[in-house]
Design a protein around this ligand. Sequence first.
Ligand SMILES: Cc1cc2nc3c(=O)[nH]c(=O)nc-3n(C[C@H](O)[C@H](O)[C@H](O)COP(=O)(O)OP(=O)(O)OC[C@H]3O[C@@H](n4cnc5c(N)ncnc54)[C@H](O)[C@@H]3O)c2cc1C
Length: 408
Amino acid sequence: MQVGIIGAGMAGCAAARRLVQGGAQVTVLEARDRPGGRIWTDRSLGCPIDLGAAWLHGAEANPLSARARSLEHLDSDVLNNLFFNPLGEPLTMELSRQVQEAGLDLAAQAMDLASRSPEPLSMAEAMGRVFLESGNPEPWRARVRSLPIADMTAFAARPDALSGKPLEGLERFLPGGLDQLLDWRSCNLLLSTPVHRLTWTDSKVEAATSRGSFRFDRVILTLPLGVLQGERVQFDPPLPDWKKDAIRALGTEVLNKVALRFDQAVWPLEPDFLSLNQPDGETDVFFNGHKALGQPVLVGFVVGQRARAFESAGSEKTVECQLASLRRAFPGLGRPQAVLVSSWGSDPYSLGAYCLRPPGVEGEAHDLLARPVGPLGFAGEATSRAYPGTLLGAWLSGRREADRLVSP
Ligand SMILES: Cc1cc2nc3c(=O)[nH]c(=O)nc-3n(C[C@H](O)[C@H](O)[C@H](O)COP(=O)(O)OP(=O)(O)OC[C@H]3O[C@@H](n4cnc5c(N)ncnc54)[C@H](O)[C@@H]3O)c2cc1C
């Protein structure tokens, strides 16, 4: 059987491995000039920097950990996060831990409330109610913003539009780069080959690309939700209405990373993360490359509306804002020698960092997104009801679609 896989990210890789094992002839059509999709390990700063996914969430129970076992790995502790107040003064590690735990507790209560609520409730509304119920007199919005919301959701989403349940437990990090998890042996991987049209009958699919047309018996699409929503690929005949509804029902979130390499590290070595509370109420979170990589590198996280605003303003502005926030805590910080900034929201081959489920949208939307249409299978993180927005969800979805075509 000739199987085409559209997209060489984690879902595409998982599908390819399974299909190759099952004896299928596999061709992977990838738009970018590199494989990995939202796994993007850049080595231009002199050390591997993951500008997309970087951690295996819930490492103990995460089956991907088995694949990472033979590779150099370490576990990041989200509670090992040093907080700084808006004046740039560090809290003690003990107080930082308490702030973090308070944030986690708030998120857990809000998630519980939202899941029990008869009417659709966003995380922001649920957090507000938790605050009010606790009799806290201060305006809850300001309180919520000063807590490490980004950490609580494992950098998952802005709190008013949270989807899925975070995987709990250890966060496994691969200092050599997450792209080591990918394996394209025995399949025909074609890079720089964007698909723009799929013409299908019950038994054949023709994929029109910038490098000519390819014919397959079956195709597995792993296109990110944003790409499907943006109708970047045309279908002939068009997809049925139920599929279009599922594509529209889910939302996309933006998370960007800003990697900064300095001459020397003037920040503490021990914390895994640094969280800088800003005078405007935002919290800027940085991953400490000094600890994890032994390099004078910090990787900042920018989420939600702020990430979209920074993408519009350009990477220079993003870097300046991150530096301003860092200098409040570390006045001796020099200019960075080199920087890397991701733009997942405007990247035409992702159009978002990952999916989220808006309040009121049921998990069934993921199932409908996953349901095949004729010879077209649908994989990718957004098709995973159990683990949307994660590597695990993407990996499981690729295996699921391959298993429909060859016996496991
Ligand atoms: C900044 C960031 C941080 C993250 N952190 C984590 C984390 O720490 N842990 C975690 O578990 N998850 C994390 N995630 C989520 C994780 O990266 C994704 O869930 C996962 O990588 C998605 O894999 P996928 O195969 O579904 O999609 P993708 O990796 O996006 O693969 C889809 C592929 O399709 C290709 N494509 C698009 N359009 C076309 C076209 N027209 N023709 C051909 N090919 C096309 C794309 O180029 C891409 O390679 C993060 C995501 C981001 C953006």
